[in-house]
Design a protein around this ligand. Structure first.
Ligand SMILES: Cc1ncc(COP(=O)(O)O)c(C=O)c1O
Length: 500
């Protein structure tokens, strides 16, 4: 039997000095152990039975109102809180742990992900710096990423919340590489305006990074794409020439490895050549697509990524690490350190003791306090290995091709973009309807699929057409799920048009 903690003993003794009678330890360790085991069982049950529940169900108003409670002055019993989580929160998740979740670009997570998260909570490590093992785990992840993408010695990186943050960190390093680290003190007051280039299909997080960095969103030039949604190199060269002639200063070229709308991969090797010729920083947004390098049959399509100065990608997408887990990989870790390092007196390093382990991770990005995301990434890669993880990426791409073929073979469905990787954009079009009517119809089909809990694709626009967008970054999806999806789209589409 475990001894109870000292709260009870201290209370009984009635002597606390300046100490309060309580801390935040369990009042009873055996009770806590029971509750924690029940929590783990409930979490496992949720995942094991997830397929039987709707993909998504809207959180009822009753539950939302329950979450507008006043600030609790006193605590609540843990059993009551756990019951609330199990009955009210778990059934109303976003749905990405279900095989029929196809929306946006959500990874599916794994039951195994529970294990590192438990230990990360137990260690409660802060990876901003200092000399402890969690930082070594992050360094191991960094060196695996260097190896995955064949980056040279001197490369490095940082684990971040996602590709939006990774993009911000990469572009700050690019800005300082071009303008000098003096920019960190003086800001962007002087000099010709800096400009950069990405395809008009690039993710909005890139323009947002330009906004946050004070460069302005207009500094990011949208380059037109070809019929396969890949950046048009002739148009790019013309734009660079025109910008230089107008006295602007190009500093960065951004390629996309897996565009958010259709999964297109820009011609990365040609972009790397052009960046070298023009003296531009070459950044690649590979949020989901970059990790396709793990699959040998897909790797050649990403040729050129290994020449990037920086690469943003996510473990929480196609590697199925539980949220959140993104990464910035840098060709020269020193460029990143120069852009972020601050070591005031209270964060000074030491050769020995806890303040050793230099340089610290906080010198490579905006965050000082950093959680132990590295553990779940390390665990996922070590547990499954890159061969199996890569095979699941291959499976999703093959499924996307098969779905694309099914759409082409179905008269009432129209494919709206070539299937480049893992995304299929199509719509229900029974004929005889105008553009706006088709848009409304396909938006309603997606909403009904979601509301009925049958499947969760999302919408986007391909040109002027509203598309049903199916993204496959889901290791649980099988062809039967995609068959059911096309059947449901046709059924709902026919019901809606019959009713009009
Ligand atoms: C191509 C691309 N870039 C960037 C992002 C942003 O990534 P995150 O949501 O991890 O910040 C996404 C998200 O889906 C994306 O698809």
């Amino acid at each position: 039997m475990q001894a109870d903690n000292s709260n009870a003993g201290a209370k009984a003794a009635g002597k606390h000095g300046p100490d309060e009678p309580h801390n935040l330890e369990p009042d009873s360790w055996p009770e806590f152990r029971r509750t924690a085991h029940e929590a783990l069982d409930a979490a496992i049950n949720h995942l094991q039975n997830r397929a039987q529940a709707p993909v998504w169900q809207r959180p009822p108003d009753r539950l939302r109102h329950g979450l507008r409670a006043p600030l609790p002055r006193e605590g609540t019993d843990s059993d009551a809180l756990m019951a609330r989580i199990v009955t009210e929160f778990l059934p109303h998740d976003v749905g990405n742990t279900h095989a029929r979740f196809f929306g946006w670009v959500h990874g599916a997570g794994t039951p195994e992900g529970l294990i590192p998260d438990i230990f990360a909570a137990a260690m409660n490590a802060n990876l901003g710096g200092r000399d402890h093992i969690a930082n070594e785990v992050e360094k191991q992840v960094i060196s695996w990423c260097v190896e995955i993408f064949s980056f040279p010695p001197g490369a490095g990186g940082l684990i971040l919340s996602g590709s939006s943050m990774a993009t911000l960190v990469a572009l700050k390093a690019a800005r300082e590489k071009h303008g000098g680290t003096g920019l960190r003190d003086s800001g962007l007051r002087n000099g010709p305006p800096l400009v950069a280039y990405a395809s008009d299909q690039a993710h909005s997080c890139i323009a947002r990074a330009f906004d946050i960095l004070g460069l302005g969103k207009d500094a990011l030039r949208p380059v037109p794409v070809d019929g396969d949604f890949r950046m048009d190199l002739n148009a790019l060269e013309t734009m660079i020439r025109q910008d230089r002639a107008a006295g602007r200063q190009p500093f960065c070229l951004i390629g996309t490895a897996g565009s958010v709308n259709v999964g297109a991969i820009d011609p990365l090797a040609a972009l790397a050549d052009l960046a070298a010729r023009e003296g531009l920083w070459f950044h690649v947004d590979g949020a989901f697509g970059a990790l396709a390098v793990l699959e040998p049959t897909l790797r050649p399509r990403l040729e050129g990524v290994e020449r990037a100065d920086s690469l943003a990608f996510d473990f929480h997408k196609w590697l199925h690490v539980n949220y959140d887990a993104g990464f910035v990989l840098m060709r020269a870790a020193e460029d990143q350190r120069r852009a972020f390092s601050e070591r005031p007196d209270y964060l000074a390093g030491a050769a020995r003791g806890l303040a050793a382990g230099n340089p610290w991770a906080c010198e490579y990005g905006p965050e000082l306090s950093r959680g132990f995301r590295a553990l779940k990434i390390w665990y996922q890669i070590a547990r499954f290995g890159t061969t199996r993880l890569g095979a699941l990426i291959r499976m999703n791409c093959a499924q996307a091709q098969a779905l694309g073929q099914r759409v082409r073979a179905t008269p009432a469905l129209t494919l709206l973009a070539p299937v480049a990787l893992n995304i299929v954009c199509f719509r229900f079009d029974p004929g005889g309807l105008g553009g706006p009517e088709l848009d409304r119809l396909n938006s309603e089909i997606v909403i009904r699929l979601q509301e009925q809990g049958r499947a969760a694709p999302s919408n986007t626009r391909i040109g002027s057409a509203l598309a049903i967008r199916v993204n496959l970054t889901n290791h649980r999806t099988r062809m039967a799920d995609l068959d059911a999806l096309t059947k449901d789209v046709l059924q709902i589409g026919r019901e809606l048009t019959a009713g009009e």
